[in-house]
Design a protein around this ligand. Structure first.
Ligand code: ARG
Length: 269
């Protein structure tokens, strides 16, 4: 095991939670009757941006739009590899207008945006490993979208089936540590998909259900620092044993919408 892991500087796109709220329920975490502390949410989100910048990462913002309370979850808006932008088409009607606002941001930043024909929720279900795409399905992004991603980006796409509604997006059940390894919660996947993950990553770090329920799999790694929910204590210890530096960032208000650190972060590669 290497003693010093090397971080790679990243470019992130985020969206301030100015209009963040839980107004509808499209996953089991969301309870519109229990209120969100918007002041606290704003402070927690600033803490995430600060942590990224303190570690040298570049953070850019897209302007939040009133009436789109989930727009803060920037990860869902697109999937970007090698400067090619595969946009989004949300499963829920409530979130569909978000795609256009993010597409406009990418267009004015000089990117061409592919608008998918099939339901695809960006980095929520599409995870770049450095060599290929791991693609979740079962709740949101469809198999048709997986085929579309492969056709548009020209990278191999490996489909994985999610089976637990609490882990409705791939990025709530798995994250990439670096070019060689990943972390995942096996029980979130179908038996066949678990076997695929075992074959691809025999040395993967495995998370417990408690870690997963604490949004510990919704983490962002730069290859050395792992921005992770402080509630995922066991997982943070395991990562430290593997030579990574856990950086705790508490986004508890966002857990009420079914989101965490990764959900709030779009990576531009
Ligand atoms: N309320 C949002 C939804 O259910 C949360 C999205 C979380 N994003 C993510 N990348 N997992 O769509």
């Amino acid at each position: 095991m290497p003693t010093t892991r090397v971080p790679r500087l990243r470019r992130f796109l985020v969206c301030e939670p100015r209009h963040f709220a839980v107004q509808y329920a499209i996953n089991p975490w969301m309870r519109p009757e229990s209120p969100v502390d918007t002041g606290l949410a704003g402070e927690q989100w600033q803490g995430l941006v600060r942590a990224y910048r303190e570690h040298g990462h570049r953070v850019e913002t897209v302007e939040p739009v009133p009436g789109l309370p989930d727009m803060v979850f920037a990860a869902n808006a697109a999937f970007v590899v090698g400067g090619r932008v595969f946009g989004s088409l949300f499963h829920a009607q409530e979130r569909r207008p978000e795609s256009e606002h993010y597409a406009l941001w990418f267009t004015s930043a000089g990117y061409e945006v592919h608008r998918p024909l099939a339901v695809a929720e960006g980095e929520g279900d599409l995870v770049w490993t450095g060599r290929y795409v791991l693609a979740g399905t079962g709740f949101r992004t469809t198999r048709d979208a997986h085929r579309e991603v492969q056709e548009v980006l020209g990278h191999p796409v490996i489909g994985l089936t999610l089976v637990d509604p609490y882990f409705y997006h791939l990025d709530t059940a798995l994250f990439v540590l670096d070019d060689d390894n990943i972390v995942y919660y096996p029980e979130a996947f179908s038996a066949g998909s678990r076997e695929v993950l075992r074959r691809l990553y025999p040395d993967a770090v495995l998370a417990t259900r408690d870690d997963a329920m604490a949004f510990g799999l919704n983490s962002v790694s730069d290859g050395r620092n792992v921005f992770i929910a402080p509630q995922a204590e066991v997982l943070a210890e395991r990562l430290a044993e593997h030579g990574y530096d856990p950086v705790p960032v508490d986004l508890s208000e966002f857990h009420k919408a079914g989101g965490g650190i990764k959900c709030c972060t779009q990576e531009i590669r």
